[in-house]
Design a protein around this ligand. Structure first.
Ligand SMILES: Nc1ncnc2c1ncn2[C@@H]1O[C@H](COP(=O)(O)OP(=O)(O)O)[C@@H](O)[C@H]1O
Ligand SMILES: [Mg+2]
Length: 289
């Protein structure tokens, strides 16, 4: 079977280069595309979902070339963007039925809408106007709308940005449920905890390229080395610096930590996924290479 998502040397510039040769293949499960604000995540998702043409490169969804056969590709995926496309004046159910009819579901639209409202725990809210919904409910209705067409591949562009912590967890549960049901997901996120919570695999987009790609454990291991940490009496980390464990590097790391109060102690620990993320998504290019 063809990989769900194949991205081959995709490039795109606006005033500045945004994507400079992105390569990525995703077979199944949940892939998190992790990157800082402005890294180019939405640009990449827009190219994959046929909304934006790249300057170069190729991409395929389920084996279908998104540039040569955009209509064919569109039959295979759905996308939930950063901005919702819901009609505020309609009820949740009316929104789903309307989108379902546009998708050609015909008489099935109502049945499918009810099933999805149930699945997203929106059954009772389904008869209310979307204008009365919380941010979390809108996001879940958006997700339901994406699932109307039973897509093989689902793109979620920052699905929880702007949500409160409780709504965020609810959306996480929904994403896990639909991934468990067999939908292949590519989600973008700016936060490591979201990537770690949802993804089988994490790809970090930085400076227009994928600078790291693997499981959380693999990314952590890739950073290597150790951290010299300055901790307070409760064991909480005050500051930390990289070291390879040699005496020279430890001396340098200690100097980097700077002057310390008397009650602070020093310890060595292995890198965490947080360290990996900081090094790979925001850190020095040498670390990312
Ligand atoms: N339509 C556009 N016209 C001009 N610049 C754009 C356009 N879309 C995105 N950009 C620029 O491309 C860069 C990446 O944007 P974007 O893909 O939205 O990043 P992200 O989703 O990772 O925050 C930003 O510098 C943004 O200003
Ligand atoms: Mg974006």
């Amino acid at each position: 079977m063809d990989a769900a998502i194949e991205i081959d040397d995709i490039s795109k510039s606006y005033a500045h280069p945004v994507l400079r040769g992105v390569d990525l293949t995703h077979e199944a499960g949940v892939l998190a595309l992790l990157g800082a604000n402005g890294a180019g995540k939405t640009t990449l998702v827009s190219i994959l979902t046929t909304l934006v043409r790249p300057d170069g490169g190729r991409a395929r969804i389920g084996g279908v070339d998104v540039l040569r056969d955009p209509a064919g590709a569109r039959r295979l995926f759905a996308v939930t963007g950063q901005e919702t496309t819901l009609d505020e004046l309609l009820t949740g159910r009316e929104n789903l039925v309307m989108i379902g009819r546009l998708l050609g579901l015909g008489r099935d639209a109502g049945r499918r809408a009810d099933a999805l409202l149930e699945q997203m725990d929106l059954a009772s809210a389904g008869r209310r106007r979307v204008a009365t919904y919380s941010g979390g409910m809108r996001r879940r209705l958006d997700l339901a709308a994406s699932l109307l067409s039973r897509p093989a591949v689902l793109f979620l562009d920052e699905p929880t940005t702007g949500l409160d912590p409780v709504s965020r967890r609810r959306v996480w549960d929904d994403v896990r449920a639909l991934a468990a049901a067999g939908t292949t997901v590519l989600l973008t996120t700016q936060t490591l905890d979201e990537a770690e919570a949802l993804a089988d695999r994490i790809a970090i987009l930085r400076d227009g390229r994928i600078v790291a790609d693997g499981t959380a454990a693999e990314l952590t291991a890739a950073v290597g080395g150790q951290r010299l940490v300055l901790q307070d009496a409760t064991g909480a980390e005050v500051r930390s610096a990289d070291t390879d464990g040699t005496a020279a590097s430890l001396t340098r790391a200690l100097a980097q930590l700077g002057p310390a109060d008397q009650d602070l102690t020093v310890a060595l620990r292995s890198p965490t996924l947080d360290d990996a993320f900081l090094a790979l998504a925001h850190g020095t290019p040498e670390v990312a290479a």
